[in-house]
Design a protein around this ligand. Structure first.
Ligand code: 4NP
Length: 155
C-alpha cells in the first residue's frame, strides 16, 4: 500500500495544488500518493488558479489536471500525513479530527523548514503575481526536506 499524503489550504486552488504537484514530483509514485483538498467548498470541481498553473508550468510541472475538492473527516482515515498551509487551516482541520491519532497526522508544512516556528505559507489569492513565485519557492524548499524524510522513513 502506498503512503498517502494530503496537502490542505483554504480554497484548494492556489497553495495546496502547488504543494501536491511539487511533493509528488519528488517522490516515486508507486510508493507515495500525494493529493490536496481545501477546508472551504467554493472551488470544488475547479482547476487550480491560472497563476498557480502558470508558475508550475514555468518550473516544469503540470498541475492543470487537478480538481478542487473539500477536506472531509474521511481524509483522516485515508491519509497517513496531512500538511496544512497556514495556522487558520490548522485550526479548521484539527477541529474536525475525531481523535488523537487523527490530530497527530496534521502538521503545518513550513514547520519542516522552520521547526516549531508555526510560519504560514501566505495566501497569494488576492495578491500580486510574485506572490505565486514566492509560494512556489517556499514549497519547493520544504518539499525537498519532506521528500527526503519520507523516503528515509518508508524504505
Ligand atoms: P488557497 O487560496 O487557499 O491557497 O487555494 C485561496 C483561494 C480562494 C479563496 C481563498 C483562498 N477564496 O476565498 O475564494
Amino acid at each position: 500500500m502506498p503512503i498517502k499524503i494530503l496537502m490542505v489550504c483554504l480554497g484548494n486552488i492556489c497553495r495546496s495544488p502547488l504543494a501536491e504537484g511539487i511533493l509528488q514530483s519528488k517522490l516515486p509514485r508507486d510508493k507515495f500518493i500525494v493529493d490536496s483538498a481545501g477546508t472551504g467548498n467554493w472551488h470544488v470541481g475547479r482547476q487550480p488558479d491560472s497563476r498557480s498553473i502558470a508558475i508550475a508550468k514555468l518550473k516544469g510541472l503540470d498541475i492543470s489536471k487537478q480538481k478542487g475538492r473539500q477536506f472531509t473527516t474521511k481524509d483522516f482515515e485515508t491519509n497517513d500525513y496531512i500538511f496544512v498551509m497556514d495556522n487558520s487551516n490548522y485550526k479548521d482541520v484539527i477541529q474536525l479530527a475525531p481523535n488523537q491519532e487523527a490530530k497527530s497526522k496534521v502538521s503545518l508544512i513550513l514547520n519542516d523548514l522552520f521547526p516549531n516556528e508555526n510560519v504560514d505559507v501566505p495566501d497569494p489569492y488576492y495578491g500580486m503575481e510574485d506572490g505565486f513565485s514566492n509560494v512556489y519557492g517556499m514549497l519547493d524548499e520544504v518539499c525537498e526536506i519532506i521528500a527526503e524524510k519520507l523516503i528515509a522513513k518508508h524504505s
